[in-house]
Design a protein around this ligand. Structure first.
Ligand code: NAD
Length: 360
């Protein structure tokens, strides 16, 4: 099959980690006879250096014309880089917000998996860590409290701040459908997280999610209150498959789920719209402290490329092959510095990419 992939290498370690993911994609296309065509797209600090803005309209059009976009990371050292002397709307991160909005990316997927080989980095109790976990948080990204009406007023010398949490049923339905579809490609369980004992928006969330569930009879749906979910994530994370939740709850829970794996360089992510298009990127940032040294961990970006194969291209076997190759490399004790431990072989960014390609 033929696909066009936009590549946003970005800043810091971005180009290094994207190179390795591209190498892995080329191994996959070679093995399975697919044709992946790439187009470089500038975004972030590197775009500011050339065009004076973090994302041009032409760059958005190039992304739109691609079947999917694979991104490294953007931004620099926020204390020393001249990019951060610019007004907020001209800084590197503004490019990311702009592209998400322009492409209507409303669903954010963040898998959080504890590999047996890395369980010593997991900060949870030994019993929970030994069981391992493999979950995916599906977070609504363009509605809710962060996008509602907000203001601060002063009445009789007393200041009051107001933020509005609003969801309509269409916004809930489209993200719930994504969650059930993704669960269908995993272990077929959706845990929808809300605060339905207090919030109207959560009661509508729960009702619409149940309506959607009727179309997916082979997928189990359970509801959980957000305070309990925060607790269950550290107590018994193995119980979760797909977690479906609104914007703010997802913001908080996805960081909690990332932290309990203990290794940021291992975590991929995806942002999807209503079509098959997606923007795929590692969960970490541009790591300016280690940029240009060929020591960054490329696995999160390689796993992001695997998510692209799975969710945008529907190439399940190929995606499994990449995931299994990463697993095999870890089992052999091959590690970049961030996940290295006594007795393992320490490799560079490019050597890690080569090791994954060899397994493919
Ligand atoms: P960061 O994630 O870049 O780095 C935090 C720590 O994790 C650093 O010590 C870094 O060396 C390490 N790290 C991150 N990714 C790694 C990898 N793949 N391999 C090995 N170690 C890795 O977070 P930060 O320092 O807070 O931010 C740096 C820049 O990245 C800022 O400009 C920030 O705005 C930007 N940022 C961008 C994105 C994005 O592009 N989506 C996300 C988060 C932060």
């Amino acid at each position: 099959m033929k696909f066009k992939i936009g590549l946003i290498r970005g800043d810091g370690i971005g180009p290094e980690i994207v190179n390795e993911a591209k190498k892995v994609l080329d191994s996959v296309s070679g093995k399975y006879g697919h044709s992946f065509e790439y187009e470089d797209i500038l975004m972030g600090g590197c775009s500011i250096d050339v065009y004076g803005v973090p994302l041009t309209d032409e760059a958005i059009e190039a992304a739109r014309a691609s079947d999917a976009v694979l991104m490294g990371s953007i931004g620099g050292n926020t204390s020393t880089s001249p990019w951060y002397k610019l007004p907020p709307e001209k800084r590197p991160e503004a490019g990311l917000l702009k592209i998400r909005k322009a492409l209507g990316l409303f669903a954010n997927l963040r898998p959080s998996k504890l590999y047996k080989e890395l369980s010593s980095a997991c900060p949870l109790r030994k019993e929970a860590a030994e069981k391992g976990f493999d979950m995916l948080i599906m977070r609504e990204l363009t509605g809710g409290l962060y996008f509602g009406e907000r203001y601060t007023k002063e009445t009789d010398g007393v200041r009051t701040a107001v933020d509005t949490l609003s969801y309509n049923e269409d916004e809930i339905r489209r993200i719930a459908i994504k969650a059930f579809e993704v669960a269908g490609k995993r272990r077929k369980k959706v845990t929808s997280i809300d605060k339905a004992n207090v919030l109207d928006s959560s009661r509508l969330w729960r009702a619409v999610t149940e309506e959607v569930a009727k179309d997916y009879p082979d997928i189990a749906l359970e509801h959980m209150l957000v305070d309990n979910a925060a607790m269950q994530l550290v107590k018994e994370p193995a119980q979760f498959d797909v977690i479906l939740t609104e914007n703010m709850f997802g913001d908080i829970l996805s960081d909690e789920a990332a932290e309990i794996t203990g290794s940021i360089g291992m975590l991929p992510s995806a942002s999807l719209n209503e079509t098959r298009f997606g923007l795929y990127e590692p969960s970490g940032g541009s790591a300016p402290d280690i940029a240009g040294q060929n020591i960054a961990n490329p696995i999160a970006t390689i796993l992001s490329a695997s998510m692209m194969l799975r969710y945008s291209f529907d190439l399940t076997e190929e995606a499994d092959r990449v995931d299994n190759a990463v697993q095999a490399v870890l089992s052999k004790g091959i590690r970049t510095g961030d996940i290295w431990s006594e007795g393992c072989e320490r490799v560079s960014t490019s050597e890690m990419g080569d090791a994954v390609c060899e397994e493919i």
